[in-house]
Design a protein around this ligand. Structure first.
Ligand SMILES: [Zn+2]
Length: 357
């Protein structure tokens, strides 16, 4: 059955922007490499072998899982940005492919010491195969679905790929050098955004993976220093609305939303629904993607009924007045039972039709 992308786009976009008249709460599944390989039955190498195949697998998986949003997993900075750095700096031995998992980069292999940081060259993404494929794939998806295109940006996710555990040692002992690395990553990320605009077209939202903004990683001040200031700088240059993602256990959502203006936040913690209710009151213009539906809890070990109850709790508490998207966090892992995954869109249809009763 052909998919009505238009309805999904309207639902998603209007909810994000707080425009009234949405028919139901949108459902967004974070479909990464594990779901693409699982649903298509193809290995990651096969999927990424050409843009047409990759685009088709993304669109058919999105359709199969009934998600209202569609995106290209390799447009997220993390490992694929590390691939670009590895290739540009002659460290391709750090790249490891798996059949049914995302590419893995041996962390800390690209920047082993201060000298590596000083010498690190910024990639030209147009010359990196995986990024060429990503841009071409995004172009096909954009053309077919007209879905507002979302591109990844993140500093700390890449710092960790390049430096590994040394990131935290550098933070204490070599903060100036660490900042220098952040600046290089910033330039590289801006290069992706620039290339995206040229190759694919308009960027509707920048999807920021703000992994520094987690209380289990560092203080809020350090998070602002090593990631926040670069988000601000990018915002000034791009003037594009930002979706801020953090799937950590102790995210600094309230703190960071008081410092930087975001269109939406995406996360699964804290698990207490009252936190999210109070967040919505404090930040009525920031849309919420997620709240407390975590892919490693009810969805992994519970029953479809448990999943339904969770979705119901979120919709009842957060969807009134819009600006809420049902979104299990983070990427759907390989081993989540399919009945539990499908229980989410089912529950959204059951409880999420506007006006809510
Ligand atoms: Zn995440």
């Amino acid at each position: 059955m052909p998919r009505n992308w238009k309805e999904s786009n309207k639902r998603f976009l209007n909810t994000m922007l707080g425009i009234p008249g949405v028919d139901r709460v949108p459902y967004c599944a974070n479909i990464g490499e594990q779901m693409l390989t699982r649903i298509s039955g193809m290995t990651l190498r096969e999927i990424l072998s050409n843009p047409k195949t990759y685009a088709n697998v993304i669109m058919s998986t999105t359709q199969f899982l009934k998600s209202d949003s569609v995106y290209v997993p390799t447009s997220y900075g993390g490992p694929y940005e590390a691939v670009a750095f590895a290739e540009t700096n002659n460290r391709t031995h750090a790249i490891k492919w798996y059949d049914y998992l995302p590419i893995f980069i041996k962390q800390g292999e690209i920047c082993k010491n201060a000298e590596d940081v000083e010498r690190l060259e910024i990639p030209d993404h147009n010359k990196i195969k995986i990024w060429q494929t990503t841009f071409e794939t995004a172009k096909i998806i954009s053309k077919t679905t007209k879905f507002p295109s979302m591109v990844g940006f993140g500093i700390w996710a890449v710092v960790q790929q390049l430096l590994g555990d040394n990131a935290f040692i550098f933070m204490r002992k070599e903060p100036a050098l660490l900042l220098k690395l952040c600046e290089k990553i910033y330039q590289s990320q801006m290069e992706i955004l620039k290339n995206w605009k040229e190759n694919v077209g308009r960027i509707w939202f920048v999807f920021v993976t703000g992994y520094a903004f987690n209380g289990t990683m560092m203080s809020f001040d350090d998070a602002m220093k090593f990631e926040g200031q670069f988000i601000k700088k990018m915002q000034e240059e791009m003037k594009t609305p930002i979706v801020f993602h953090n799937c950590g256990m102790k995210p600094y959502f309230e703190e960071v939303c008081s410092e930087i203006e975001f269109l939406a936040i995406q996360g699964s913690h804290p698990l207490d629904i009252n936190y999210w209710v109070s967040f919505k009151k404090k930040f009525p213009n920031v849309s919420i993607m997620g709240a407390n539906i975590d892919v490693s809890l009810e969805m992994l070990t519970g029953t479809p009924q448990d999943v339904e109850a969770k979705v119901k709790e979120n919709i009842e508490n957060l969807a009134l007045g819009g600006r809420y998207i049902v979104n299990p966090i983070c990427n759907l892992p390989f081993n989540v039972p399919l009945p539990n995954i499908m229980a989410v869109p089912k529950a959204v249809k059951k409880y999420g039709i506007y006006p809510l009763s």
